[in-house]
Design a protein around this ligand. Structure first.
Ligand SMILES: Nc1ncnc2c1ncn2[C@@H]1O[C@H](COP(=O)(O)OP(=O)(O)O)[C@@H](O)[C@H]1O
Ligand SMILES: [Mg+2]
Length: 252
């Protein structure tokens, strides 16, 4: 297997709580890999460890064969790993466009704030700005966010905000994207659209996806493999058919 991400014996505790106990798994490049489990199972903690927010107590994380266990969040992002958060983290008094432009910051030579304040026409910075806007426009089209383009995020419906957050993560042009409950707060139709978008992210953009999701129907439809956690312990791992009938998973 050509794995893009490999997690070995990941362990982390908070006070008396073991949030993760020796969790190991591998994610194949170009796949949709889902993590399921009840509230408090440790799903978000895995994302926080991968993205450098929490240093684990022990265990190792490898990305494309290179250990990234103790890298800082911006270093992990620079390697090509983007994420969204369970609770949306956007600039609510900025437009969709500007939030996505902020997602480009790692690719900008001139810097977001210089770029945003004053630019000479025809200057290098102006040309760079045009290039980044082009990329962001592609993402807006891809996620069908045209209507939201110039609106402040604060004025958008919750489901649309979730899409803007996904767009911002895509603006980084990652190779691996971590999506923490992207369909939360969406209606059935929005959820369906989102699942098509997630498949397109893999198929058209070639990005590997790790998905944390509660809706089991969606999970079973889109996932190549699934990891089931309970109380920070891996209870099962396999293809959807295996997970669906796994006795431990049915109990949890
Ligand atoms: N920063 C933190 N401080 C204290 N406890 C935490 C922290 N982050 C997570 N936990 C605990 O770790 C466990 C796993 O949490 P989490 O990963 O958020 O679960 P999930 O995303 O599966 O619902 C929970 O018991 C939670 O309370
Ligand atoms: Mg969570």
């Amino acid at each position: 297997m050509d794995s893009i991400l490999k997690i070995e014996n990941l362990t982390i505790g908070f006070g008396g709580i073991k949030a993760l106990s020796k969790v190991s798994f591998q994610v194949e490049k170009g796949s949709i890999y889902s993590i399921i489990g009840p509230n408090g199972a440790g799903k978000t903690t895995i994302f926080n460890c991968i993205s450098g927010i929490y240093p684990p107590d022990s265990g190792k994380i490898f990305y494309k064969g290179e250990e990234i266990t103790y890298l800082k969040p911006y270093q992990v992002a620079k390697k090509g790993i983007a994420r969204t958060f369970q609770n949306i983290e956007l600039f609510s008094h900025m437009s969709t466009m500007d939030n996505l432009m902020l997602g480009r910051h790692l690719h900008m030579k001139t810097g977001v704030w210089r770029g945003a304040t004053f630019i000479y026409k025809g200057s290098k910075a102006a040309k760079e700005e045009v290039k980044h806007r082009g990329k962001v426009e592609e993402i807006i089209d891809f996620l069908e966010l045209q209507v939201a383009r110039n609106q402040f995020v604060v004025n958008l419906p919750y489901g649309t905000r979730k899409l803007v957050e996904l767009g911002r993560a895509l603006a980084l042009e990652p190779e691996l994207i971590l999506l923490d409950e992207p369909s939360a707060g969406m209606n059935m139709e929005e959820k369906g659209d989102l699942m098509f978008s997630i498949q397109d992210i893999r198929d058209d953009l070639g990005i590997t996806v790790i998905l944390v999701e509660h809706d089991m129907n969606l999970i079973m439809d889109v996932s190549d493999r699934i990891l089931a956690l309970n109380y920070g312990v891996k209870i099962a791992e396999g293809i959807p058919e295996e997970i669906q009938k796994h006795p431990e998973v049915l109990k949890a």
